[in-house]
Design a protein around this ligand. Structure first.
Ligand SMILES: [Zn+2]
Length: 539
């Protein structure tokens, strides 16, 4: 290398570092700098606070953004990036662009609503001035103009000596892994990096298995379920399990509520329900899709069905007369008039927002009702409390007793598990540089690291677990070099080191409500409250 021009490529991990949300990777090469993904931080309030802080780079200085897929934890801060002055193109597949055109404005709408509630509370308590939303629905609509469609498997030239190629990641409609190639001087082989994005499971019914190139220099891999080993069932097995739950729900005679993520999960569940009803395996009933976002997403699925495995079957099911799309709030309210067994699919997937909360408030106290969870339920969410068997919950300021039945299916995951991630990394080898594990909680990262090192896929020395804002030099054909610490934001470990007090408070209030409800009489309730007061206000 001595005597030759030296091309330095650096990577800075600006999100999803030892946590699962906010993925954002800053690459710098001579003459250009760009991002792969610009995700929003989700989950506990202390982590979400990062969304309000300044970017750890100058948005105006970026030349372009490459986007792996539409999920908000990968795309959700793009409108904020544009608001902060980024004017360059955002390269994404057509399906990703179409999904973003409904998901980003929906996210903007949620930001506006959250800030409105916060400002109302602050006004009531006095003190703090008004807070402005991270971005609005209008900001989000504007950023869609910056999207440029890319095709899978085709190289796109991005800057002098820098090009990229998108590979199917099998995770959701339009999802991709991104291969980056940086030209090296003097005819030396190019330096290649592969960013996994989120990877789908091998058993996905709709998505082809993830693909990617082999023999890259560096891999940046997600590790969401890196420590899990799930059984991967077929579509038929999945439907058998669903049929059993639906039949039981029908016998109870009330509503079957399915809190579902608006994109992919909702469509897959509706497809299975229609298939089971059409074949007479479960009793007939109307199926309501009560989510404006999911209805819009369903139209996009129909538009891109040809890119999916089983696309024609899915399209037929999504056009079934059994499905009732309730877009307006009047139509949504009218569902409450429905008697007997019926199905309501509504967001949000973890019951933290959306129309599912109204239906839960109506139906939770009713033993004829069934709630079916089909997605991940994060700690501290209403969905997690219900799934874990809470006897009473708080919804919109009311205590709601729970008599409804709870059911769960893990068959609808859009993520690869530990063995699948391990095999995916192995298929990218030989990796001559480093494997960066991102987009996972520390336990998941350790689980995946142990798996790939234990099987001799990658040596321990080549595994990197970047902290937030940590930077590395990525040489061709050699291990990454950790760069001296720059100014770093506090990462998830520092933010989540102590339990998030907001969730602790919610859990405590709920325990008190429950203890009061369960107490035998008013005297016992009075005694309990006095004991609590003695602790909080001693003397
Ligand atoms: Zn995703």
């Amino acid at each position: 290398m001595e005597g030759h021009a030296h091309v330095t490529v650096t990577l800075r991990v600006c999100g999803a570092a030892r946590t699962v949300t906010g993925l954002s990777l800053l690459f710098e090469a001579p003459g250009t700098r760009f991002l792969v993904d610009c995700g929003m931080f989700q989950g506990p309030k202390s982590l979400k606070a990062l969304n309000y802080e300044a970017f750890p780079f100058e948005p105006r200085a970026l030349d372009f953004v490459l986007l792996t897929h539409a999920h908000i934890d990968h795309s959700g801060l793009l409108p904020k990036l544009a608001k902060a002055g980024f004017r360059g193109p955002i390269h994404a597949t057509r399906a990703t662009r179409d999904l973003c055109s409904v998901m980003l404005p929906d996210s903007g709408h949620i930001q506006e609503m959250e800030v409105e509630t916060l400002n109302r509370r602050n006004r009531r308590r006095g003190g703090m001035g008004p807070v402005t939303p991270i971005y609005t629905a209008a900001d989000a609509k504007r950023v869609i103009e910056q999207f440029r469609a890319v095709e899978l498997d085709e190289w796109i030239e991005l800057a002098d000596g820098v090009r990229a190629r998108y590979w199917n990641a099998g995770h959701m409609l339009g999802s991709a892994s991104i291969e980056l190639e940086f030209a090296m001087p003097g005819g030396a082989p190019a330096m290649r990096v592969l960013v996994s994005g989120d990877l789908g499971p091998d058993c996905s019914v709709l998505q082809a298995d993830p693909e990617g190139p082999a023999g890259v220099d560096h891999v940046i891999c997600e590790s969401t379920y890196g420590d899990e080993d799930r059984r991967c069932g077929t579509a038929e097995e999945r439907r058998v399990r669903l049929a059993d739950i639906v039949r039981k729900a029908a016998r109870r005679g009330g509503a079957l509520l399915v809190p579902a993520f608006a994109v992919e999960r909702a469509q897959e569940v509706m497809w299975d329900l229609v298939t089971l009803m059409d074949s007479g395996q479960v009793p007939d009933a109307p199926i309501y899709l009560d989510s404006p976002l999911a209805i819009r997403a369903t139209r996009i699925f129909l538009r891109h069905a040809a890119t999916l495995e089983e696309g024609p079957a899915l399209s037929r099911a999504l056009r079934s007369p059994r499905l009732r799309f309730t877009e307006t709030s009047e139509q949504s309210r009218a569902i409450a008039l429905e008697e007997g067994f019926h199905v309501i699919v509504a967001g949000s997937g973890m019951c933290e927002a959306g129309r599912i909360r109204h239906h839960l408030r109506n139906w939770l106290p009713d033993p004829r009702a069934t709630v079916l969870f089909v997605g991940f339920q994060a700690e501290g969410t209403l969905g997690r409390l219900l799934r874990d068997g809470a006897k009473a919950v708080r919804i919109q300021g009311d205590t709601v007793k729970v008599a409804a039945h709870m059911a769960e299916m893990t068959d609808y995951s859009g993520h690869a598990d530990g063995p699948e991630l391990g095999r995916w990394i192995q298929a990218r080898g030989p990796v001559r540089g480093g494997v960066f594990l991102v987009h996972g909680e520390p336990e998941a990262i350790e689980g995946l690291a142990k798996r790939v090192t234990g099987r001799g896929i990658v040596p321990e020395a080549a595994i990197f677990r970047p902290a937030l804002d940590e930077a590395f030099e990525l040489p061709a054909g050699a291990p990454p070099v950790r760069l001296p610490a720059q100014e770093r934001r506090r990462g998830s470990a520092e933010r989540l080191g102590r339990p998030d007090w907001h969730n602790e408070r919610a859990a405590l209030l709920l325990s008190i409500e429950r203890a009061l409800d369960d107490a035998p009489d008013d005297a016992a309730r009075g005694a309990l409250l006095r004991r609590l007061r003695d602790v909080i206000e001693p003397g």
